[in-house]
Design a protein. Structure first.
Length: 64
């Protein structure tokens, strides 16, 4: 399984078809099927540092 941040829509599907073709040319049995977007990642500048250790400790029940 290959995971990465990807683009939405038809363009994403076309890009992954190209990746499957490249992998096949390298000799691996890659197939492009059941394409679906599972995760979308975003980012923003909050203008202050976020202490991940403190955040994880404060919310230990829902973090790992």
């Amino acid at each position: 399984m290959v995971r990465c941040v990807l683009e939405l829509g038809v363009r994403a599907s076309q890009n992954w078809r190209q990746y499957a073709t490249i992998i096949r040319k390298m000799g691996f049995p890659a197939k492009f099927k059941d394409f679906k977007i599972q995760e979308i990642v975003g980012s923003c500048d909050v203008m202050f540092p976020i202490r991940l250790e403190h955040l994880s400790n404060a919310h230990a029940d829902c973090s790992s």
